[in-house]
Design a protein around this ligand. Structure first.
Ligand SMILES: Cc1cc2nc3c(=O)[nH]c(=O)nc-3n(C[C@H](O)[C@H](O)[C@H](O)COP(=O)(O)OP(=O)(O)OC[C@H]3O[C@@H](n4cnc5c(N)ncnc54)[C@H](O)[C@@H]3O)c2cc1C
Length: 435
């Protein structure tokens, strides 16, 4: 029996997990990835070297796992990387009224100055309810804005929840589904999982295993068209060449897959080819000293040109990075925002006065290196109607399947959910192949 030729488009967490499982199941797998490295949105860049010469990666965009991320932690164990997974409990804060406030426990919550005491109690009760409530179904059909304003009160919503929603979803903050907010509170832990040396190792190990089992991982290769053929096979064009496959799993955003596919029925394209997403931008600063003692500062004060400051080396110590202090300055923005086209120097000049508001001693001389990273389609906008508009895995084109982080609901997208989706999809494909 000849083995099935399967193309997997995209070498992020989803594509690589699908490819790994299918190569294990005996498919002849080809992964096609536009970027020069594996890992997609969770990919890293080399930021230091260990004394033995092995690279130490830092994610282009801040990344950590939560205790409930079992699909990701199981895969990390399976790949032999479990001994590098650490679970510190770093300090998470909110910048409000010019001050930095911890809000990561009951005591800090009770001390949260920007809110009157009665609002703190009310907010605490709502957060405790969401933490304890096991299902989100009864929250379905409501926006976070309406539900939280009703139960937390307007004050707490405006000071705490609305800035959080704005940080993630910008102008769509009042349209976000309440189940999404529930998952943020319910599933998150204060101890956060990190793979020492960078998550890039997980993706490089997956790519290595796929190759060593006979699969192909083509990096730096952009898919330009997906063409179904009369015999049920699919031709994929990438970098000027084309290959024919019995089955294709695309992990690109649905609208990109739809846009690349010829003869996709109009009704399907219209229904699933839209959806709203924001891009992400991170400026990564290598500093010669610590700027604050917090890992996470969510910027809830208006007027700042960034949404979060994430001082990674207050989470994973600078000794892991040859003594460097590493800090992200992050934004989620519409994909046409002018910020994406600014140079690193322009961004440093724009951000520095605001970083100095956080720590007045902060000086440009502390900055030893700057990196700027941008990604389109980085944050699906999980509105109240998101679930109804979510594309299915099965498309009208025989043997073309779609799996992507725009099919994660109600949780915030994350490596864990892409890995879990990949495992589910492959189980389903295998079941159907053998039924
Ligand atoms: C700022 C930020 C912070 C985050 N923080 C966390 C966190 O703390 N914890 C966490 O677990 N997750 C976090 N995430 C989310 C996490 O990175 C994603 O959920 C996960 O990596 C998605 O994997 P994926 O494979 O589904 O998609 P992607 O990683 O987007 O993979 C899709 C791949 O398709 C490729 N591609 C696109 N077009 C083409 C084409 N035409 N041809 C070939 N290849 C193509 C892309 O280059 C990409 O590699 C964060 C993301 C961002 C942006």
């Amino acid at each position: 029996m000849t083995c099935r030729r399967t193309a997997v488009l995209g070498a992020g967490a989803l594509g690589l997990t699908v490819a790994y499982r299918l190569v294990q199941a005996g498919d002849a797998v080809t992964v096609i990835e536009r970027e020069p490295e594996a890992g997609g949105l969770a990919a890293g860049f080399e930021v230091a070297k260990r004394p033995d010469g092995t690279p130490v990666f830092l994610e282009k965009f801040y990344h950590h796992l939560f205790r409930a991320d079992h699909a990701a932690t199981s895969l990390i164990d399976e790949l032999g990387l479990g001994d590098k997974l650490v679970w510190p409990t770093p300090v998470s804060t909110i910048l409000r009224d010019g001050g930095i406030h911890r809000l990561d426990g009951i005591i800090p919550l009770l001390k949260f100055q920007p809110l009157p005491f009665v609002d703190r109690l009310r907010m605490g009760a709502v957060l405790a309810y969401l933490k304890a409530e096991k299902g989100y179904q009864r929250l379905e059909g409501q926006t976070a804005e309406a539900w939280l304003t009703r139960w937390m009160g307007k004050n707490a919503y405006q000071v705490f929840a609305e800035p959080l929603l704005r940080q993630k979803f910008g102008e769509y903050s009042d349209k976000i589904a309440m189940p999404w907010f529930w998952s943020r509170v319910h599933l998150r832990s204060t101890s956060l999982g990190y793979l020492l040396g960078g998550f890039q190792q997980m993706y490089d190990t997956l790519a290595h295993r796929i190759r060593s089992m006979g699969g192909t991982v083509s990096l730096g290769t952009t898919v330009t068209s997906i063409d179904p053929r009369a015999d049920g096979t699919i031709s994929i064009a990438a970098n000027g060449e084309s290959g024919v496959y019995d089955r294709v799993v695309s992990t690109l955003p649905a609208r990109i897959t739809i846009g690349l596919t010829s003869n996709m029925p109009e009704a399907f394209s219209r229904k699933y080819g839209q959806g709203t997403a924001l891009g992400a931008h991170c400026l990564v600063l290598e500093l010669d000293r610590q700027m604050t003692d917090a890992y996470w500062i969510a910027v809830n004060d208006p007027g700042y040109p960034f949404l979060a400051v994430v001082e990674h080396t207050n989470y994973i110590p600078p000794s892991e990075y040859g003594g460097k202090h590493l800090m992200y300055v992050g934004n989620y923005l519409p994909m046409k925002d002018p910020l994406y086209s600014r140079s690193k120097e322009e961004l440093v000049a724009q951000f520095l006065p605001y970083l100095q508001r956080i720590n007045p001693a902060m000086s440009e001389s502390w900055i030893k290196e700057v990196h700027s990273f941008a990604a389109p389609f980085a944050q699906p906008v999980v509105t109240k109607d998101f679930k109804a508009e979510m594309a299915p895995h099965v498309t009208p084109i025989p043997n073309l399947f779609m799996a992507n982080m725009f099919q994660v609901y109600p949780q915030d997208r994350g490596q864990n959910y892409s890995i879990a989706m990949a495992e589910r999809l492959v189980r389903r494909l295998e079941r159907e192949a053998h039924s």
